[in-house]
Design a protein. Sequence first.
Length: 293
Amino acid sequence: MKLIARLMSEHILKRSLRSRHKIRRLLSGAGLAIFFALLQACVHSPTTTLPALSREESSWLGERIFANECNLKTACLTSWNTGEDFPSLGIGHFIWYRENQREVFVESFPQLLEFYDAQGVALPGWITGLERRDSPWQTREEFQMDFDSPRMQELRNFLDATRHVQVGFIIRRMHASLPSLKATSARPQAVEQLFLEISRSDSPLGMYALIDYINFKGEGISTAERYQGEGWGLLQVLEHVLDTREPGPLLPQFTRAASQVLTRRVENSPPERGEQRWLVGWNNRVASYSAQP
């Protein structure tokens, strides 16, 4: 028995020594560099957890977006603005292009339809019956003539009854935006830190500012959404804050940066679009980011 015990002890010791040798090899050279890089990432990476919105806050946020886009008017849920070549639908005025249409702006209504599908929400029958989920209206005049038709009334009623689903879609878009913002920026860590800092400012205003601006003017990561090489999305606003930040409350500085980015957009826009007429309303909208709810 003593012999068996001694042999077992020697076997365990040899295994322990082999394990230590493997660890030394792992922590040498490139392995050591990788180990410390991972350790540093764990220590220094900021948490990417965003503040949770209560049901009441989500409902308030949806009402704010609906007010910003439509002044709480149901008829505005199906709109085609003068000077634009596409309809804007729902509380977020989601853009819907006709077949093979290419524009500067990012289309979002088809993604909303996919979100409805994923949530198990039945769409209006005429949309389900489309061979392709492209806008059926070819011109603004055609859209206006169809405004009181049964299918348009059905669409407005559907969008009004499912505003809570649209709020969920808009919130999800904001949550999913951070990796793309970081990948596009030359200052990814600074952008991430600022994004998270804004989200936690003056709850729920910080989350509202990020969510509404992305829905309003996009992430700013599409190279197509540029006038004279300059974008106007959330990324451009965040980077402007980084360039101009001063001591003091953050949300007023975000509002100021958004106003300056939007003013630059108007100055760079094609004259035939007449975007100057929208600037006062845009500035009023971003001013709400630093006003107490």
